[in-house]
Ligand binder design. Structure first.
Ligand code: 6PG
Ligand code: SF4
Length: 604
């Protein structure tokens, strides 16, 4: 048993403040899920016709089990498709889970599939304008699957950017159920990310052709499994583990190994053991409380995780009645040290992080520093200290957990809280006369944390790329790419701009990006003030900026200002129309209903 460590005062204060702010919404949420739980196994309230439809396609023994009330029935909700390398291994998991659950005395049914977009395929293209909305579509699709009300627990199969947030938001609408997330793990390391980024810049400068670029890209992304940079997908894995929704050590075990298969099967058994009928009921809506949410923010900051989680974590927390704010991120960022260096925050990838000690070392170190709440519910049972352990197979092939490493196996990749890479987290909040914004500094050299330069204003990323190709982007500049906010065009990632802006920066120009859009979790070296709120399409200050206005981004002071008087100016209107094509015409209602970035940019 590890000695109890007092939680850091700032972590305790942020948690207290979060609970206070969320008191009413959390109470209403808990009342709703406890009412659902009090009705007993959902199946017991189904009429005979409902129930008969629900198990019509089952075999005889499952029909018998499901016609009673004591055999737990687990829902499998999966985001499998062949488009995401990270999701392709999920194809065979439902059958694996079904047989493990059946052997353990339960039943598992494939309750429904949800869509999943690969942001790598849509990056820089029209499809990316559906990406953020797909999170809420996935949440609604998860609810459609679970609304059959046949279930006593759920297994959510998904990995990537919007998918895990969407699956959790959907599952939290059924917060009376125990839930586990089932990952597939990273692909083997290929061409190192920095080498890939170098070829991209060479291509942007016309030094290499498409053939060389495709060769580099397909050497980086080359097999089933999650891409190995520390972007949003791998931030998701880390967050699911630190919130106790993955089995301990499940996040970064590679796909296609006996251990991965054993972890997938065990996830089903663990949920079975946490159903209401098991007598150890662990509803996901109770598990994801203010402490779990604060733990997630702490771990995100400690690893320099994806800036997209300043949106998704806010949306996920709200789904549990918890009102997380950017000020909470900022307060925690001041006291949470940076403990990992994974691309884009370093040269390493998640495989090297895993081999250096991974989640077991990270979680152990943060608990010992008093930066994580340890006394929380998890799919492993009570207490986050169980996540200091790593899974392995015994000689007879059964799954067990053993103590993880006390020392990091690679101090260039993973460190303890006593000797961090940086004293504070990788995410900062900015505020000034241009609004509020987020910047990820863990990937930006410290000498580039302050940029003051004339604005060059663009209404979409294509306009900036055209100016770059025409050699117009000379001298220092702050590239303002506006009308990229949630209600303008779905708040796309503008990560395709990174090579061009990186070329300018490497030429010695002072460069920064300011946008109401997003960047990828894989975006890095160019200082970028993103998620600027209020967005230009809602008359935010970005709509009043003109070419040449001096703009100052100061990540050390946390400020974002235009040093010109905008009063008396007319708000610009977007010079591009991206409301149709590639299905965007189907999302007009979502553009009309979506909330601001600061509250998660959601429609739910
Ligand atoms: O937030 C993220 O991590 C990104 O959306 C990521 O999932 C996306 O796939 C990037 O586009 C990958 O990086 P490249 O585009 O550099 O390959
Ligand atoms: S990490 Fe990004 S690029 Fe890789 S499979 Fe997932 S969404 Fe696609």
């Amino acid at each position: 048993m590890t000695a109890h460590v007092e939680v850091h005062p700032v972590v305790a204060e942020v948690t207290r403040r979060l609970a206070e702010r969320s008191a009413d919404s959390r109470a209403a949420y808990l009342e709703r899920i406890r009412a659902a739980a009090s009705e007993g196994p959902a199946r017991s309230s189904l009429g005979c016709a409902n129930l008969a439809h629900g198990f019509a396609a089952c075999g005889v023994s499952d029909k018998l089990k499901l016609s009673g009330e004591v055999t737990p029935n687990l829902a499998i909700v999966s985001a499998y498709n062949d488009m995401l390398s990270a999701h392709q291994p999920l194809k065979d998991y439902p059958d694996l889970i079904k047989s493990a659950v059946s052997e353990a005395g339960g039943v598992a049914q494939f309750a429904g599939g949800v869509p999943a977009m690969c942001d790598g395929i849509t990056q820089g293209r029209a499809g990316m304008e559906l990406s953020l909305f797909s999170r809420d579509v996935i949440a609604m699709s998860s609810a459609v699957a679970l609304s059959h009300d046949m279930f006593d627990g759920a297994l959510m199969l998904g990995v990537c950017d919007k998918i895990v947030p969407g699956l959790l938001i959907g599952a939290l609408s059924f917060g009376h159920l125990p839930v586990a997330f089932v990952p597939a793990g990273p692909m083997p390391s290929g061409l190192p990310n920095r080498d890939k980024a170098k070829v991209r810049q060479q291509h942007a400068e016309g030094q290499v052709g498409r053939r060389e670029l495709l060769q580099a890209e397909s050497s980086a992304y080359h097999a089933p499994g999650t891409c190995t940079f520390y972007g949003t997908a791998n931030s998701n894995q880390m967050l699911m583990e630190v919130m106790g929704l993955h089995l301990a050590g499940a996040s970064f075990e590679p796909p296609g190994t006996p251990l991965r298969e054993a972890l997938t099967a065990e996830a089903g058994r663990r949920v079975l053991g946490h159903t209401a009928v098991s007598g150890h009921h662990v509803p996901v809506g109770e598990q994801i409380d203010e402490r779990a949410v604060v733990n997630a923010v702490v771990a995100l900051l400690a690893t320099g995780g994806s800036s997209n989680h300043t949106l998704h974590l806010v949306a996920m927390a709200r789904a549990a009645g918890i009102e997380l704010t950017w000020d909470d991120f900022a307060a925690l960022s001041d006291v949470v040290p940076l403990l990992t260096r994974m691309y884009p925050n370093g040269a390493a990838d998640v495989n090297q992080f895993h081999q250096a000690g991974g989640m077991a070392h990270l979680i152990g170190s943060l608990i010992d520093a008093g930066l994580l709440h340890e006394d929380v519910d998890t799919v492993m049972g009570r207490g986050l200290s169980q996540y200091r352990k790593v899974p392995q197979l015994t000689d007879d092939g059964s799954l067990t957990w053993v103590d993880g490493p006390v020392e990091s196996g690679d101090k260039d990749v993973l460190r303890g809280a006593e000797d961090p890479f940086a004293p504070d987290g990788g995410l900062r909040m900015l505020e000034g006369n241009l609004g509020r914004a987020v910047i990820k500094v863990s990937a930006v050299a410290s000498e580039r944390h302050v940029v003051e330069a004339p604005a060059r204003v663009f209404d979409d990323q294509a306009q900036l790329q055209e100016a770059f190709a025409a050699g117009e982007l000379t001298g220092d500049l702050v590239a303002v790419v506006r009308f990229q906010g949630p209600s303008a065009n779905g708040m796309p990632e503008l990560h395709k701009l990174t090579p061009s802006l990186g070329v300018l920066q490497d030429r010695g120009q002072k460069v920064a990006l300011v946008t109401d859009g997003r960047m990828s979790g894989a975006s890095g070296k160019v200082p970028a003030a993103i998620h600027v709120s209020p967005e230009a399409a809602h008359d935010g200050p970005l709509a009043y900026i003109r070419d040449g206005d001096p703009v100052r981004l100061d990540a050390s002071q946390g400020t974002l200002d235009v040093l010109a008087d905008l009063s008396g100016r007319e708000a610009a209107r977007p010079s591009v129309d991206s409301s149709a094509g590639t299905g965007r015409e189907l999302f007009a209602a979502m553009r009309g209903a979506v909330g601001p970035a600061e509250t998660g940019a959601g429609v739910l």
